[in-house]
Write a protein that binds this ligand. Sequence first.
Ligand code: DGL
Length: 258
Amino acid sequence: MNIVVFDSGIGGTSVLEHIQKKLPHAHYFYFMDNLYMPYGKLSLTDLHQRLLGTLKAAIQRVPRIDLIVVACNTASTQGLDMLRNSTHIPIVGVVPAIKPACIISKKNIGLLATPATVESSYTNTLIQQYALNKSVYLYGSTALVHLAEEKFWKGSISIAKVRDELQKLSIHSNVDCLVLGCTHFPFLKKEIQTVLGDQILLVDSGAAIAERAFYLMKDDSFDTLNPVPSLREPHLPQYFSTAPVPSTNIAVECISLT
Ligand code: DGL
């Protein structure tokens, strides 16, 4: 089973980790369009062009794709319909966890995402649909995307940088549940929790996306040639990027989109 995962950078690997736990024996192909990161600052036309380029690159390189996971809230809230109209391959997207946050929260919720996700009409519709008796405070940040990348590639980040950015955003004291509506942000969960304190619950969509991927793929997950999947080693994901990455921690093949 071949599963392709997209994002602008390493954010989508926070979702990939969840999917790998549910479907450990699939082959994973991770495409990061880091030449154009952050996606949260692209025009809709440019974003669509990059997503179509990534789709084409994936189809050229991966023999038979069973599922595509757009592991990026920015791309999903603005490009999922366009992508679904461009291919017959099933596509799962990641959107901010507004619905579960509304069920959990006893006060009000906050959405921390890229400016593009925060401003998208898709997000606005989610809020209209699910946040009936609650206020949803919106916080857009691209600085946190860069800090998450820095932490991933360097292995650590100064908490002062995360604190500075969160202070600028000034999260409302009425918020008891903060939605991490960008797949990069779970990499900063520890720092964000330390700065905001334990009274705020951080919610992301990773586990829900993995459930959805498992549901769609479960009939294919039993491989008749290898009927005891637990005895096989999981495959390492193959990584592709559109710009060189700052470390050799993982092997990444650099490609150009056409
Ligand atoms: N990881 C992407 C998301 O979930 C955003 C990063 C970007 O703006 O490129 O929204």
